[in-house]
Design a protein around this ligand. Sequence first.
Ligand SMILES: [Fe+2]
Ligand SMILES: [Fe+2]
Length: 280
Amino acid sequence: MRTIAHMSDLHFGRVRTEIVQALLADVAALSPTLVVISGDLTQRASRAQYEAAEAFLARMPVPWVAVPGNHDIPTLNPITRFTRPLSRFRRHVSRDAQPFWMDEEIAVCGINTARSWVWDWSHGRVSWSQMESVREAMRDVPPDRFRIVFAHHPFLPPPTAPGTRLVGRAVPALKALEEAGVEMLLAGHLHRAYTGDIMSHHTHVARSILVAQASTATSTRLRSEPNAYNLITIDGPSVIFEVRSWEGASFMPGLVTRFRRDGSRWIRVETDPGPGIAAG
Ligand SMILES: [Fe+2]
Ligand SMILES: [Fe+2]
C-alpha cells in the first residue's frame, strides 16, 4: 500500500500563513509515502515568493516531487521569461523540472507543461519530446509498479464544465500515457477538486486512466471551493481519493471516492460525502 499527498497551486505570495502551517502539520500527521506538487508554487515567480516556497519545501517531512505551473514562470522580466524561464524554479525548488521517483510499489513521472513562448501560454502544452520522455522513463519500470504521471495543466475537464480548455496536445499525450501503462494522472491549475476516469471524456482512449485534480492547497485564489489537497491510497486493485479540506482550524477529511480495478477498467464503487462536506 502507498499513500500520496497530492497538492497543487500553493501560490506563495497569496497564501494564508495559518493554512500553510496546518498543511505541513497534516502531512506530518498522515506521513504519506510521497508528496506530489502539481505546479503554481508561486503567484508571480518573484524571488521572494520562490524563497517562501523553498522554505516550505525544506519543512516537508516526507519525500516530495514538483513540476512548475504557468505562475512559476516570470512575467514581469521579458529577458528572464524567454531566455531562462525556469531558472528560479531550478534554483529554489528543484533542478529537475520533470522529476522521476520510484519505490517498490509506485513509479511517478512529472511533465513540465508550463510554457513561455506560445501566445496562449497560461494553458500549457505537452511537447512531442516530453511524450517520448514519459514512454522512455516508464519503459524500464518493472511491470508490477503502479505508474503515475503528474503535470500542472488538466487533461480531464470538471464534470460540470466539459468545455473547459485542456492542456495543449492532450489527445496525443494521452495516447503516449496509455502506451506507457500509466494508471493515474494528477494535475491542478483550475483550483477545483474532482476525480474521474479519462475515458469518461476522451472516447479515443482505450484504457482507463484515473484522474485526480487538486484544489488550491494554500492560496486565497479560491474558485468556490475550500482550500484542499488530495490524499490518495493505492492498495492493489483499489484506489481511494480523499479530499482533505481546510475547515477553519485544520485540514479535515472530506469527500472520499473509491475505484476498483475490473480487468482493464477502473470502476467507481462508492462515494462517501465524509464528515466535513455536504453531499451534492
Ligand atoms: Fe493556480
Ligand atoms: Fe495555473
